[in-house]
Design a binder for this molecule. Structure first.
Ligand SMILES: Cc1ncc(COP(=O)(O)O)c(C=O)c1O
Length: 450
């Protein structure tokens, strides 16, 4: 038997309740039923993205949403700066060029993040720039920038800030209104825990003014004015992927139940654990400014990325990602977005160790798992562990989905609870013991949902 495990940085694993929700019989999209879903999804997106700005839902992937933003926010006579530290930064420059926009494409070394000082300098040198397109978490290099600090620079220079938050929204701390992000662009198939097919934008009033007065928009399908007009009535200008919207409402309710601060903490813990594990077994972390939503590791000398990825998939059903373009063959990437938790990370690290061991890499077997476990144990505070309803529902959900096989993973979580609860039972506690049930109730039996 081989269990399939998705650790790519998109598409990412989707909770089973979201899949089930999308499999249910459905109705037509020009109905009150669908309008109700759109209304709820938009309100939830505002909560997940921590914004009061209008949210637009587009049928299309994240690139569609980004293209809509680039076209809408750059009327004739304006000038766009694209900051390009990887494959996706480059894509935004390519789109702008393709539409004949006035664009300055600023390269950044792959694996490093643009700094606020650099951005200030670029803006100072070219005062004609009216908008900046920046990638918050550059997935191709697993690198994150300080969007808050860069936002300040761009805002005080009076320019529009368009941010590709496709692998940061729902993973890294993101406060667009506070940070002056005029357009947040994101997509469905990463931390928002859906299959691909929806793109999202949160657009500030400042940006709407530019979009509304933009007479040179080259877009029909991706026209944000049309989308906004219809969104005001909880509707869409064209046939939407309405089952994805239905899944979205469910997926966002899972995130909101956990709480965005807790989501960010979980993702940060998984990323820190993976980086520590990689280093403990002699692998270099590629990025100088690592993103928490994805980790890029360099293979050890003499072992290819192709072999590592093939073995991970063949032996353990783990799908990882390789490097793209100039990083092809130089890195492999493990995502921390979507329906994954800390124990999934431990599992991925264990599988990586097994694979590297078999491929002849010399290291102490178990060192990576141990390093990951230490990070997890240290980063999760006692109170968070045994009082958080999120932890409880996480265990319940995991147990429901996978049954007996992952009871050991649930057991590990319990043991961590006991490490901290001070009841004296320590590791000897059995699942469903007095200690556990005192605090958060008994573990549901396999196959039963709490
Ligand atoms: C940072 C970033 N930007 C843009 C994209 C493109 O998004 P999509 O594939 O949804 O069009 C991706 C996809 O991986 C991404 O990670």
């Amino acid at each position: 038997m081989k269990k399939f495990r998705l650790f790519t940085p998109g598409p990412c694993a989707v909770p089973e309740e979201v899949l089930v929700e999308m499999a249910r019989p459905f109705r037509h999209h020009r109905t009150d039923w669908f309008k109700g879903l759109m209304k709820e999804a938009a309100a939830q997106l505002q909560q997940v993205l921590l914004t009061r700005n209008d949210v637009i839902i587009i049928t299309g992937s994240g690139t569609a949403a980004a293209e809509a933003a680039i076209i809408g926010c750059n009327p004739a006579g304006s000038k766009l700066l694209t900051i390009e530290g990887g494959k996706f930064g480059e894509r935004w420059g390519e789109i702008a060029e393709q539409f004949g926009l006035n664009v300055v494409r600023q390269p950044v070394d792959w694996g490093t993040a643009p700094t606020p000082e650099l951005v200030a300098d670029w803006l100072k040198k070219d005062p004609a720039i009216t908008a900046v397109m920046l990638v918050h978490s550059e997935t191709s290099t697993a690198t994150a920038c300080d969007l808050a600090a860069i936002g300040k620079v761009i805002n005080s220079a009076g320019k529009l800030l368009l941010a590709d938050c496709i692998t940061s929204a729902g993973a890294l701390p993101l406060k667009p209104d506070q940070w002056g992000v005029d357009v947040v662009v994101t997509g469905a198939q990463k931390s928002l825990m859906l299959p691909p097919g929806l793109g999202f934008l949160a657009v500030s009033e400042r940006a709407w003014k530019v979009i509304e007065s933009n007479k040179s928009q080259h877009a029909y399908y991706l026209n944000l004015n049309k989308a906004r007009k219809m969104a005001k009535e909880n509707d869409t200008p064209f046939t939407p992927a309405h089952l994805l919207v239905r899944g979205l409402v469910k997926a966002l309710s899972v995130l909101l139940e956990e709480g965005m601060e807790n989501v960010w903490k979980r993702v940060a813990t998984m990323a820190a654990a993976t980086r520590a594990a990689g280093q403990a077994i002699g692998l270099k972390v590629f990025s100088k400014s690592p993103s928490d939503s994805v980790t890029a590791l360099c293979p050890p000398a003499g072992i290819t990325v192709k072999d590592i990825r093939n073995e991970l998939e063949k032996r353990y059903g783990i799908e990882s990602a390789g490097g793209q373009d100039q990083l092809k063959g130089k890195i492999f990437r493990l995502g921390h977005m979507g329906y994954v938790d800390e124990m999934d990370t431990v599992l991925a690290v264990a599988a990586l160790e097994q694979v590297l061991y078999k491929l002849g890499h010399k290291f102490e077997l178990g060192a990576g798992v141990s390093a990951a476990q230490k990070v997890i144990a240290e980063q999760v505070k006692p109170a968070e562990l045994w009082t958080a309803p999120a932890l409880r529902s996480q265990i319940a959900r995991r147990d429901f989905v996978t049954g007996v096989r992952t009871r050991s993973a649930a057991q590990l979580l319990f043991e961590r609870v006991h490490q901290y609860c001070g009841c004296g039972c320590a590791q000897a506690c059995a699942v469903g013991s007095v200690c556990w049930s005192d605090r958060v109730g008994p573990l549901p039996s396999p196959g039963k949902r709490r």
